[in-house]
Design a protein around this ligand. Structure first.
Ligand SMILES: Cc1ncc(COP(=O)(O)O)c(C=O)c1O
Length: 413
């Protein structure tokens, strides 16, 4: 166990939302951080301070508050770059992970992928790391291939070398949002490198939950969203290796991404601004920098350790309910899974289960979790999903278990 200076109970106090009981007077038990995390007061304050003290556009004004806004915006980029061990020119602001992945699809993909190529992804991807590659394959004539997943939700790498033959791009999630499976990047990345492929990792569920060092991972692109890691919605990041970004054409065109514009011709700005057309999401980028400060102060090793413990505790706490028809999906092994627990209770629909849990103040997600092909392959119409983060306590998991017991009583299972 990594020693933290703060407990989840203390961390909870930094999040103003937890000061408010639900409309039924229950303690808020938020177990849907895989969808979006809650925000600490410091992040909310950063937004308010920007808008109330130095709201101005960046990279343009010469007056004091414009310079302050530009400095804060670029300082946030430096914080993110340090957090992932990248150069600041390699950190592109986007709206979210989805936009970051699409940026690669349109800019790098259309330039580099052709009919003779294959794109390798997996059977567990979120739609955001699948549909862009379907579009790229349609546009270029390239073939899509999939690393299969077994019944436990673990990627099957037996035929990896064969799957990698002729592959131009490997696009893989760091962590599955439906099953919590952590992809074995330490095996996949070297094999992909040996095959000469470019590697994109969808880090939407990775970076909020564990230390990420893009150089150590040796990936070419790493995409993520701010709102799943304590930051606001509307801000995300594409990390890309400098030489790749340098060679890529702009994705969107307009203000800020230019160096010189003539009526017939334009030269583009340097990295990272070449990929940041138009007025950026200034306040949210600054606030994401504050979220990164918050996570760094906690320590990402501690965050990962806390989630391992939460998952282990939840698996133990829910195990007795298996005799009542509770089925838990995914690897069920905290060593290879993050804090995500997908389950169903007998033949109770996941939405009904989620509604009953809601009456106890417990927020979980129910449905296909934007992984429809995975659900279809597994034969699950829907699952309930509880996901844990830094502010979740064992008491939260106890309330989840009691809520599931209540549902079992109501549905007589
Ligand atoms: C694994 C994974 N990839 C991508 C995304 C897309 O994130 P966003 O909607 O913030 O772009 C999500 C969101 O749930 C996700 O879980």
């Amino acid at each position: 166990m990594i020693a933290a200076t703060r407990t989840p109970e203390m961390i909870r106090e930094d999040f103003p939302i937890f000061a408010h009981p639900t409309s039924r007077g229950k303690r808020l038990v938020y177990l849907d951080s895989a969808a979006t995390s809650q925000k600490p007061q410091a992040v909310i304050d950063a937004l308010v301070t920007y808008y109330s003290e130095y709201n101005a556009n960046i990279h343009r004004g010469v007056y004091e508050i414009a310079a302050r806004a530009t400095d804060a915006f670029e300082a946030a980029r430096v914080k993110v770059a340090r957090f992932i061990n990248a150069d600041q020119r390699e950190v592109i602001w986007t709206r979210n992970a989805t936009e970051a992945i699409n940026l690669v699809g349109y800019s790098w993909g259309l330039q580099n992928v052709s009919r003779a190529d294959a794109i390798l992804t997996t059977q567990i991807e979120h739609h955001s790391n699948l549909v862009p590659w379907q579009l790229l394959a349609e546009k270029t004539g390239a073939t899509l291939r999939f690393i299969p997943v077994d019944g436990r939700g673990v990627l099957q790498l037996d035929n990896l070398d064969r799957l990698l033959d002729g592959v131009k791009l490997v696009a893989i999630s760091h962590v599955s949002n439906t099953l919590g499976t952590i992809s074995p990047l330490e095996r996949i990345v070297p094999a992909a490198r040996a095959a000469g492929a470019t590697i994109l990792v969808d880090g939407a569920q990775g970076i909020p939950h564990m230390p990420v060092d893009v150089r150590a991972l040796d990936v070419d692109f790493y995409a993520f969203s701010g709102h799943k890691m304590l930051g606001p919605t509307g801000i995300g990041v594409l990390y890309g290796k400098h030489e790749l970004l340098e060679a890529m054409p702009p994705f969107l065109a307009g203000g800020d991404m230019i160096r010189k514009v003539e009526y017939e011709h334009t030269t583009f700005n340097d990295l990272p601004w070449k990929f940041e057309a138009g007025t950026s999401n200034i306040a949210d980028a600054i606030a994401l920098g504050v979220a990164v400060d918050y996570l760094s102060a906690l320590g990402m090793e501690w965050v990962r350790a806390h989630e391992r413990e939460s998952l282990a505790y939840a698996l133990g706490r829910l195990a007795p309910l298996e005799s009542r028809g509770l089925r838990i999906y995914g690897p069920k092994d905290p060593a290879i899974a993050s804090g995500v627990l997908s389950f169903n209770l007998a033949d109770v629909h996941a939405h009904d289960l989620a509604s009953i849990l809601d009456t106890e103040g417990v927020c979980i997600r129910a449905g296909h979790h934007c992984t429809m092909p995975l659900m279809e392959k597994m034969g699950w119409p829907a699952t309930a999903r509880a996901s844990f983060y830094i502010y979740n306590t064992q008491a939260d998991i106890d309330t989840l278990a009691l809520g599931i017991e209540k549902a079992a009583r109501i549905f007589n299972v």
